[in-house]
Ligand binder design. Structure first.
Ligand SMILES: [Zn+2]
Length: 267
């Protein structure tokens, strides 16, 4: 039998193939660049997740381990290779028992374990727990908040970005409309800087309020919706109250002086 002679490419076919390849490259290159950064982010998140899962696994096994030890792969005990971010981000682990546990990448952000309580009281307790932790572990202060002092804004932004993933939890729309307000109001917190002079950490100095405006600078800390932690109700009034650096006592005095009323609302 005679073998059929193989036919090569004609010049036209070659030009068409090259043109298609060039077109594909032009499309693929930019997409590939974007994809690389996404892949690194996914890798980083999965690494952090794996460490979290290991913490849980040891807990279930009845042999709780430190998340910091796991992340550092202390004595090469936990992983074949030490968990790393492929983009070279620095991974920091922090566990504040009973409050929050998280691993933060300096490039890709954080993921937080345990189910966070996002009610006003839950946010206050989380914030105060973290403040107390930082107060007792000053070596974490700069690393976590980027600020050497117990600075209201720095700690507040740290809690917003690292613990709540970049945005404060939204307030129930029912409360917002019952208060005669509108928009996507976020539950936020601030505390009195003065407490750190006296070394007093307590809930009396944490003010929970709702606003769509981020608290930056003196004029933006005003609100018309404040949570009263003594009777667990939201209060509202026509006069804006500035919460920055006030104690709960000062704020509640202002609320009654300005005839603020509880928001009539049932869930
Ligand atoms: Zn990373």
């Amino acid at each position: 039998m005679r073998k059929q002679k193989k036919r090569g490419f004609t010049l036209i076919e070659l030009i068409v193939v090259i043109a298609i390849l060039v077109a594909l490259l032009l499309i693929l290159v930019p997409r590939l660049t974007g994809f690389t950064s996404t892949a690194a982010e996914v890798q980083c998140r999965q690494t952090r997740q794996k460490v979290m899962e290991m913490v849980k696994a040891y807990e279930i096994k009845g042999e709780p381990v430190s998340i910091t030890d796991l992340l550092a792969n202390k004595d090469d005990e936990y992983f074949i290779s030490t968990p790393q971010c492929s983009s070279g981000g620095k991974l920091t682990a922090l566990e504040i028992k009973g409050v929050v546990t998280f691993i933060k990448c300096s490039i890709h952000g954080s993921n937080v374990a345990n189910n966070l309580d996002t009610t006003p009281i839950g946010i206050r307790n989380t914030t105060m727990g973290i403040i107390e932790f930082l107060q007792n572990n000053k070596n974490y202060l700069v690393e976590l908040t980027g600020n050497a002092g117990m600075n209201n804004s720095a700690i507040r932004n740290f809690i917003r970005d690292t613990v709540y993933g970049g945005s404060w939890p939204s307030l129930d729309q029912g409360v917002i409309s019952a208060a005669g307000l509108s928009g996507d109001l976020k539950i936020q917190i601030c505390y009195n800087n003065e407490v750190f002079k006296d070394n007093i950490i307590n809930n009396e100095n944490a003010i929970i309020y709702a606003s769509s405006v981020e608290g930056k600078g003196k004029d933006n800390w005003g609100t018309n919706l404040i949570y009263n932690p003594t009777d667990n109700q939201w209060y509202t009034g026509k006069t804006t109250i500035y919460v920055m650096n006030h104690s709960w006592k000062e704020v509640s005095d202002l609320m009654s002086a300005n005839n603020w009323k509880p928001v009539e609302y049932t869930e």
